[in-house]
Design a protein around this ligand. Structure first.
Ligand code: FAD
Length: 301
């Protein structure tokens, strides 16, 4: 592929950033440094993940509330239905709406023991992502993102079943799908073709995971339904104790992936930031997304 040299590239590209709610004061400080650094890039929205269990839920609400209070960013609240009754989920939706949230990422979630450990719907709960979308639509005219799996979800027996779930989510009112991370752009392109053939026309926004720690990504990937190709592992091989070079390689890998997707016509990107700004910021810079003030004028990074 060729690196695009168009100077105005950033004008046609939109990005969003995903954060997770911090558990400690130190993590909170790091998240806010990240939010402060990424805010001038004017993302389309920023999303905050959601975990099962009371305290995790509260942390999501607190983080979203602070984004609304202290920034001009548009927050999207993730929401899962695992281990919760319909009433509980509906109450959480109302709580977010009262905060002023109009964007959601509707998900099923994974059992506490981890992905692939035998999901069972709550007896009085919503069963899957599609039912979550319907629950949200009943409460308002929201912007609703859902998940999509270019390598299919690990629990789906085949692509047809997997894409059928996506279709149900779209029929219930999903606005866009955000993909699980992937590293092989051909896999993404083939998936989008399959999805279009199934009559699904919402944007399938690639989820980009800049590799902050290749060991963690490899461990996590099988459960997530994503494959880490051998060539990628080899690029990071031997850098376990060399964080500086690891970061430089990670920036190159992510920039290469995103540039190639741009060449293939992709214009929206969702970054799994892991609450860190450096890699996401660098990749955005490479595709022409630069800091701007409120009037659209450039500001120094
Ligand atoms: P669904 O869309 O309901 O289903 C996914 C696929 O699994 C479907 O294609 C379907 O075919 C298959 N499937 C579902 N249920 C069954 C079943 N009972 N038997 C067989 N097959 C089945 N998790 C969190 O906990 N919090 C988050 O904030 C969060 N954010 C995410 C954001 C994105 C963009 C993505 C891609 C994932 C996120 N996850 C999050 C992870 C997600 O909860 C897990 O991947 C979970 O396993 C599936 O949730 P879903 O909404 O994708 O499921």
């Amino acid at each position: 592929y060729r690196f695009s040299r168009r100077a105005d590239l950033g004008d046609s590209i939109r990005v969003s950033f995903e954060f997770f709610p911090p558990k400690t004061d130190d993590m909170e400080t790091r998240l806010w440094e990240t939010v402060t650094r990424l805010q001038p890039l004017h993302p389309h929205f920023v999303s905050v993940t959601y975990g099962a269990g009371g305290s995790t839920r509260e942390r999501t609400a607190r983080t979203v509330a602070r984004i609304i209070r202290e920034t001009s960013l548009a927050p999207a609240a993730h929401l899962t239905c695992i281990d919760a009754s319909r009433e509980e989920v509906d109450a959480v939706i109302r709580q977010f709406v009262e905060l002023g949230v109009t964007r959601f990422v509707a998900l099923r979630g994974d059992p506490a023991a981890g992905a692939g450990t035998g999901y069972r719907p709550h007896p009085d709960g919503y069963a899957n992502g599609a039912e979550m979308v319907a629950a949200l639509r009943r409460q308002g005219d929201f912007d609703i993102s859902v998940s999509a799996y270019p390598e299919k979800h690990p629990e789906s027996p085949d692509f047809a079943t997997d894409i059928d779930m996506l279709k149900r989510k779209v029929d219930n009112g999903a606005t866009r799908a955000i993909t699980q991370f992937f590293f092989d752009n051909d896999v993404y392109e083939r998936y989008v073709e399959r999805v279009r053939r199934a009559g699904i026309y919402i944007p399938i926004v690639p989820g980009i995971l800049p590799v902050h720690n290749i060991g963690q990504v490899v461990n996590f990937s099988a459960r997530a339904g994503a494959h880490v190709p051998l060539w990628l592992r080899e690029r990071f091989a031997g850098l376990e104790n060399d964080p500086q070079t690891h970061a430089l390689v990670a920036a190159a890998v992510a920039a290469e992936q995103v540039h190639d997707l741009v060449e293939r016509g992709v214009s929206d990107f969702h970054f799994y930031t892991m609450n860190r700004s450096d890699l996401a910021f660098a990749v955005c810079h490479m595709i022409g997304i630069r800091p701007r003030n409120g009037n659209g004028a450039s500001v120094a990074a």
